[in-house]
Design a protein around this ligand. Sequence first.
Ligand code: UTP
Length: 293
Amino acid sequence: MKPLRKAIFPVAGLGTRFLPATKAMPKEMLPVVDRPLIQYVVDEARQAGIEHFIFVTGRNKNIIEDHFDRQFELELTLNERGRREELSTLSRDLPGPGTTSFTRQQSPLGLGHAVWCARELVGNEPFALLLPDVLVQHPRGCLAQMIDAARELDGASNIIAVEEAPKDRVSSYGVVGVGASKGKAFAITQMVEKPKPADAPSNLIITGRYILQPEIFGLLAKQERGAGGEIQLTDAMLALQRTQSFYGLKFEGRTFDCGSKVGFLAANVAYALARDDIAPAFRAEIKKLLGEP
Ligand code: UTP
């Protein structure tokens, strides 16, 4: 496979499950401990070697662009106050000049449409797609594991991160059918969006990280509406599967669906407990809340 240089971050959704928090603030800026969701996902992509970060945004999303820019007044004040640690965090989190691009989706017509909106910025090369409301807690992140797996596959392959889900939950997700193993990955035989538990081909659900070939854009261009009247990425992937191979990777790490309230709260607890500076005091607070001595 050609080297993977670019990643798309779709951030144009309405975040209705988090209203009213997301009335004026993008869901992707909600903090897990002290970093916005989008920062974790950009960090994961940087760690995997991605060089260009493409954000598909919408109205009310300008602060995402500001977040990935320098803030001179703040930096000046922190400098004057000798706050070295905060300053180094700010510069460490920032992708380099000219490595971010922002395009508008204009109407939130679905994930497939958001991806299609990035077509000119991606061009004719494979790309990563990371959903910012899915966090994967693992020292190497999920995308780096996918890139490792991709090295063992043929040129024009598509790879999807999958994880196991209880049978009664699969009907909320895209579910894949499992074929022959190839290295760390396996061939995907079918993809079904939100199946009834009895119709699900497995208990492996699609998890918000993809490596896709640029031919997906031509299929998304047909703008066919699928489930919920939205332009669905899964429909275009199914069409692409007629001419290209799709592989699944069961990655290592713990996933948090931060698009749901419980997943978001669980992520806050898990990431706080993983932080040396916060965990001891936080663990004591949780014990108190749970009524433990
Ligand atoms: P979600 O469906 O989880 O996000 O899409 P949402 O629509 O914002 O949330 P709810 O369901 O109303 O609470 C996953 C990701 O895809 C983006 C979202 O911003 C989110 O990061 N997305 C979704 C778009 O960019 N455009 C769309 O049309 C839909």
